[in-house]
Design a binder for this molecule. Sequence first.
Ligand code: ATP
Ligand code: ZN
Length: 286
Amino acid sequence: MNNILRIAIQKSGRLSEDSLKLIKECGIRFDNGAGKLKTSATNFPAEILFLRDDDIPGYVEDGVAHLGIVGENVSEESDRDVNTVHKLGFSKCRLSIGVLREHDYSGVQDLEGKSIATSYPKLLGKYLSENNVTAQIHEISGSVEIAPSIGLADAVCDIVSSGSTLLSNGLKEVETIFKSEAVMIASKHLTAEQQQLLDQLLFRIKSVQVAKNNKYILLNCPTNAVDEITKYLPGMKAPTVMPLATEGWCSIHSVINENDFWENIEKIRLAGAEGILVIPIEKMIL
Ligand code: ATP
Ligand code: ZN
C-alpha cells in the first residue's frame, strides 16, 4: 500500500460537498454510495475515507490517511504534526469572540477575569495569552452560542461566517481571532511514490482553481480599436486577433480575470467591442 494515496474527507457536514466536488474536478472517479466509510478511485491510485472532520488531522498524523481536507481552524486546534500543503479556497469562515449585545465592550482587556465558552480552547488560549488577558476558558463541544444567555459564560469564541447565528442569540462579534478556509493537509511520512501522486493531485487542483478565476472571452471590434482593447486582455501569452470577413473588423479571443472582470468589460465596451461572449473555463494549464 506504499503507492496509493488515502485521502480523508468529512463524511457529512459543511466541507463534504466541496471536498467531493474538488476531487471529481481533478478527474478522479469513484463510487460514493451513501453511507460508505471508504471507497476506491477507479482511475487514480487513491482511496477516499469518510470521517468526522475533527478526527482527520489525527489520522493524517498517524499516517492512516496520507492526505486530508479540513478547515484550518480544526487543523490548527488539533495541533497535530502534519504539513499544510495547499489552501483550497472554500468553507471560508472566522473564529470570533462574541459578547452579549448589551455589553458595553471597549477592547480585549474587557475579557480579563471573564469566562468564555468555546470548542477551540487552544486557539483561544493562544490569543488570550498573546494579548496578556487571563480569562477562564469553558470548553464545550456544541451549541456554544447559547452559553451567555443561559448564564454558562460571559462570552463565546466560535466559528462565524455571516454572523447571523451570533445575532439570533443576542450576541455581537467583538474580536476575530483566526481566519480559516479549507486546506489540504498531508502526512510527514509519505513514500516517494505517494509524494509523486500528491504532486500530480496538487497540479490538478491548481489547474482547476486557476480556471475558476478566469473566463474565456471572444469579441468583435473595429481593427483600429484592437490596441486599446488588448491592453485589458493580455491573455495567457498574448490575445489571438483574427480578421473578420467584414473589412476593417477583427475578432479577439483571450482570457479575462474574474477579479477585475466588470471593470475591464466596461472599458472594452467603451473602446468599441461588440458581440462579447464570455465562457467558463474548465481547466487551465499554465
Ligand atoms: P463533524 O460532524 O464532521 O464533526 P462539524 O459539525 O464539526 O462536523 P461543520 O459544521 O460541518 O463541522 O463544519 C466543518 C467546517 O466547515 C468547520 O470546521 C469550518 O472550517 C467550516 N465552517 C463552519 N461553519 C461555516 C460556515 N458557516 N460557513 C463556511 N464554513 C464553515
Ligand atoms: Zn467536527
